[in-house]
Design a protein around this ligand. Structure first.
Ligand code: FES
Length: 122
């Protein structure tokens, strides 16, 4: 069964900010406004349960190895990620996928705006 949980009024969660909400007996969910787009992530890292939502938001860095003796070409993508503060595992905010292993995920939730309020569907 899904539940619609109110996070805040639209506009309270400014661009670049986050809010962690607590659910009775269901843990915490971090809600993020990254460049005007909302994301929601369970605040429990799949590695060792760290508070992943306290981590730094950044953009995924892609590295292109061009063989021995050549520089690695790095590019910064437009995909926002969050890095767990405990050991640095990094996840894509849009789907929770670990950036180095697509089999590992942190749980993500849908965010909706309704009646000028921000809600998480969980
Ligand atoms: S608990 Fe998150 S990286 Fe280890």
């Amino acid at each position: 069964m899904t539940e619609k949980v109110k996070v805040c009024k639209e506009g309270e969660l400014k661009i670049g900010s986050r809010k962690v909400i607590s659910r009775d007996g269901e843990g915490e969910i971090g809600v993020f406004n990254v460049e005007g787009k909302y994301y929601a992530v369970q605040n429990a890292c799949p590695h060792r349960g760290g508070p992943v939502c306290e981590g730094q938001i950044q953009k995924e860095i892609k590295a292109d190895w061009r063989g021995p003796g050549n520089r690695i070409e790095e590019t910064i993508s437009s995909i926002p990620t969050i890095a767990c503060p405990w050991h640095g595992w990094e996840f894509k905010l849009e789907n929770g996928e670990h950036i180095g292993d697509s089999k590992i995920h942190v749980k993500t939730y849908k965010v909706i705006i309704e009646d000028k309020n921000v809600y998480v569907i969980c």
